[in-house]
Design a binder for this molecule. Structure first.
Ligand SMILES: Cc1cc2nc3c(=O)[nH]c(=O)nc-3n(C[C@H](O)[C@H](O)[C@H](O)COP(=O)(O)OP(=O)(O)OC[C@H]3O[C@@H](n4cnc5c(N)ncnc54)[C@H](O)[C@@H]3O)c2cc1C
Length: 453
């Protein structure tokens, strides 16, 4: 077999797949190396299976809140085994779909873990036998190996789960401690809580979702506590011991609790330890690989994208970086990724989403006097007949100097769908006056964005 390629991609996740397909579409001879299932974090153990769980949790929430509409569902029963089996099937279907499209584009797929021999050669180790099964050469190499959960070292850490373990389960536990206050921790807390599992969440500070607008994180905190999540602030898990019926959990404050399982969601780190990068002298920026605006490392033939570079670690960002890389290197274009208005969502219940600057960031950048805040908090119509009502919060941050909208934030139903479209407007430099001149769509939640004054 001819083992010489124009491009070798290490890692078939969001970024690697996008780059390999785009490069192959320009006629490049491409190989992709993957040690696990094709699809990466997003498809196999991230966005996709998580969102399917969110749909399940929202369905249960709707059922439990349906009596006001005259709908009586009797005793509902949640079988987590069915949900988890269906999710595994769907994830496998998507993985196969990606594999088929790689085959159609003549991208050669190598099953195994890749490691640098030198700046052009990659050695591939078989996932099962752990023996070296191949050595391939790439004129260009793209590293797209993604991230992994940060290690959490305490006594009893062998009993802890990471988000990866959740997607391998055959059945949900009946109680769970979640450690962390970031988006992954909050999403799982809402999923499990809304599926009837007893959830405790512990955070080191008082604030959930660091980096998000404080109004959004405060709204989420109030809502999840009302929804029955036991949120412990200013404390840390210090020791886990196995007892007869589950785990005993010790906290720094002296608190002791019991739970079936513990999910650690305290952040992710780039997955760079097993690539033999040291021998190449690739420069780093903190924990990330250092790249220029074209995602090129300090070795001119080696590029890096996705969760291993210091940019928002999100699927659409990895995909765009992969496509831009291929357009530039194999398509003769000169593009750079636009990082200016990246919309973000947190799929809690209800969800929240954001684009642009938070109030805190806008004050820091422009001062308090130069910005104007528009805010609207209300119970939306969909809650009218619900026993457990949750509010929506919509917020605009406007630059007083030129009337441009600097940030658009929303907590409440459908906020991810709404903020995606707001991102188009912000990216085009929309002003508050243009929002005001836009006709409202009634009755909707998002109409408040064009009627706030
Ligand atoms: C629980 C969870 C939920 C998430 N939810 C969202 C969301 O809702 N929206 C969103 O935008 N983002 C979300 N993300 C983040 C998103 O999944 C990542 O940003 C995205 O997958 C990064 O893509 P990537 O190409 O950098 O890496 P990945 O998709 O992680 O792919 C890397 C691939 O490289 C492979 N690999 C690693 N080392 C080697 C090696 N040496 N040889 C061969 N193969 C190797 C891995 O097996 C993996 O398949 C979520 C992440 C998690 C963990």
């Amino acid at each position: 077999m001819d083992n010489n390629f124009d491009l070798v991609v290490i890692g078939a996740g969001s970024g690697g797949l996008a780059a390999a397909k785009r490069a192959a579409s320009y006629g490049a001879k491409v190989a992709i190396v993957e040690g696990s299932l094709i699809g990466g974090t997003c498809v196999i153990r991230g966005c996709v299976p998580k969102k399917l769980m969110v749909y399940a949790a929202n369905s249960n929430n709707n059922i439990l809140n349906s009596e006001g509409y005259g709908l009586f569902c009797g005793d509902t029963f949640f079988n987590s085994e069915i949900l988890l089996q269906n999710i595994k099937k769907e994830v496998f279907r998507l993985s196969e779909m990606h594999l088929n499209s790689l085959n159609k584009l003549n991208v050669k797929v190598f099953d195994g873990w890749g490691k640098f021999v030198d700046k052009n050669h990659i050695e591939i180790t078989c996932t099962k036998t752990k023996t070296i099964i191949n050595k391939i050469r790439g004129e260009k190499i793209l590293i797209s190996v993604g991230g992994k959960p940060k290690e959490f070292v305490i006594q009893g850490s062998e009993f802890l789960w990471s988000s990866n373990d959740i997607f391998k389960l055959n059945k949900f536990p009946s109680s769970l401690l979640i450690v962390g206050g970031g988006y992954i921790a909050c999403e799982f807390a809402c999923i499990f809580n809304n599926l009837g599992i007893e959830v405790t969440q512990v955070i080191r500070s008082k604030k959930l979702l660091n980096g998000f607008d404080t109004d959004l994180s405060t709204s989420l905190k109030e809502t999840i506590m009302n929804a029955g999540i036991n949120l412990i602030c200013d404390d840390e898990l210090s020791k886990v011991s196995k007892i007869k019926d589950g785990l005993e959990l010790n906290f720094k404050s002296g608190l002791i609790k019991l739970a079936d399982n513990v999910l650690i969601a305290t952040g992710r780190v780039p997955n760079l330890s097993d690539l033999n990068l040291e021998s190449l002298g690739l420069e780093k920026r903190g924990k990330y690989l250092k790249v220029n605006k074209y995602n090129q490392t300090n070795k001119s033939n080696i590029f890096a994208i996705g969760d291993i570079v210091d940019k928002p670690n999100l699927t659409p960002v990895a995909i765009e970086q992969g496509r831009v890389f291929a357009d530039n290197v194999f398509g003769g274009l000169n593009r750079i990724v636009n990082y200016k208005y990246i919309p973000k969502a947190v799929f809690t219940i209800p969800e929240l989403a954001t684009v642009g600057l938070s109030e805190e960031e806008a004050i820091q950048k422009f001062t308090k006097e130069k910005i104007k805040i528009f805010k609207c908090k209300f119970i939306s119509m969909s809650n009218t007949f619900k026993n457990k009502k949750s509010y929506s919060l919509l917020k605009l941050i406007v630059n007083k100097t030129d009337d441009k909208i600097l940030g658009c934030h929303m907590f409440g139903e459908s906020s991810s769908e709404i903020i995606q479209m707001a991102a188009v407007a912000l990216n085009s430099g929309v002003t508050k006056k243009e929002f005001d001149m836009t006709m409202a769509l009634h009755p909707s939640v998002s109409e408040e964005f064009v009627t706030m004054y």
